[in-house]
Design a protein around this ligand. Sequence first.
Ligand SMILES: Nc1ncnc2c1ncn2[C@@H]1O[C@H](COP(=O)(O)OP(=O)(O)OP(=O)(O)O)[C@@H](O)[C@H]1O
Length: 510
Amino acid sequence: MSADLSAHALVLTDAHKSFGSNKAVDGVSFSLAAGQVHALLGGNGSGKSTLIKMLAGVERADDGRLTIGDQTIALSDMTPARAAAAGLRFVHQQRSTFPELTVAENLAIGGYGFPLAPGGRVRWRAARRRAAEVLEKYDIEAFPDQLLGELGPARQAMVAIARALQVGGAGGILVLDEPTVSLPDTEVRLLLDAVRKHADHGQTVIFVTHRLEEVFAVADNAILLRNGQLVSEVAPRSITRGDLVELIVGSAVDEITPNDDAELGPAVLEAEALCAGPVGPVDLTLHAGEVVGVAGLVGSGRSSLLKALFGVLPVESGSVRLAGQPLSLASPRDGMRAGIAYVPENRAEDAAFPELSLTDNVSVAVLSDYWRKGRLRAGLQRRDARGLLSRFRIKAQSVEDPLSALSGGNQQKVMVARWLRRSPRVVLLDEPTQGVDVGARHEIYLLIREAVEAGAVALIASSDSEELAAICDRVIVLRGGRIVGEVPRTELTSNRVERLAHGQSKEVTV
Ligand SMILES: Nc1ncnc2c1ncn2[C@@H]1O[C@H](COP(=O)(O)OP(=O)(O)OP(=O)(O)O)[C@@H](O)[C@H]1O
């Protein structure tokens, strides 16, 4: 590929990386105009993370070249130090920031370092002054002495970005890997504004996301990968959302429309004056056939409510009934026995077994079904796993692969498949589509609907109010652990949900 290098901040030529026979990145070339936001898009497993890891020098490329300014580097020789020297700065989803340290300390550690006096003593006043300059420069509402953990999640991300930009001076390329995952909409907007400002000041940004509204809000250019290859490069402003979905998925995807006329079935799950940890008292009744959303700002108790209804968080007072019968939820075992399925928010810590095979990961909740007369029917277990992988369109080479070999979004689908296969009576899902591509997201919605039409109830906690508005029959809104409002289907918009979450006083424009 020939390119006018001077106009481009980065030129990538013929990047390749395979894992065994799997061509994760298969001959990708592109040139990025300087001072623009470039969204790197593609379905789960399309090669985005692998490509970024190659740029960062943490995944060794098989082939390819990278040109930044007047430097050309063979990708197979890339190391983190070379990437940093070339001006590539990365802010990963798992940001290495420290909530219990101050903003100034966070900016110094892993950033420009602490200013030292002769003898090695830290010059704290100078460190604070430097932090104040950085906060002012990037327009971050925070104080150097404030604990990072006291800031909202968007501002914490902004500090991580500012820190990355301090290393090695001005210019370079900022790579943001799904920076908005699990941020509520208002926080997303704050962060996107900050990203836009960086670009307006000349910063070149690569931005990985699955949330298409963010692409339209902030990106000048979109690079689309499918099966490790570049399928298209487009200016988002020149296409519709439907076109973009089609480019990502490879085919058109219909929007989900909840059935307004569906008759509600009998009460399946009833909570009365339920108190558990930060939640309560909560009264809640879920009827067969309903998908109910749980909205609320960070710390409102969304996740805790779901945990209490599964038995992860001990119920302190109040009662829960399942199909009219009292239910004691002292441990997750009680929840599982009662036919409750729970997909936690934090897959990596709470649910996944990264080194176990996909077969094991999708069958842990039904393992006893495969034991007959003291023997594990491993063939049947594998066959079922294969069927689930294809039903959930999980992209994997083999059911024997460890979960860790899958892309993030595909790992999430494995978690959902694990629970939905049990035909649960109650489905509790915490941020079920974080990191999941638009096509797979649609499939997860359909599978939730399928479970609900078969008589289950679903309770979905999400920070994405658009997601809730799109798939739920009604949404309850939590604040301070209590239900402060409910939005019925007929009035369900993301704007309405957000206003309630903020206490209605704040008008939100979406
Ligand atoms: N360490 C690894 N070992 C084996 N295969 C891997 C490894 N890392 C990635 N892959 C495979 O490479 C392909 C690309 O994965 P990658 O993580 O780059 O996708 P992605 O576009 O970032 O997906 P997502 O949106 O789900 O994060 C997938 O088929 C994945 O299973």
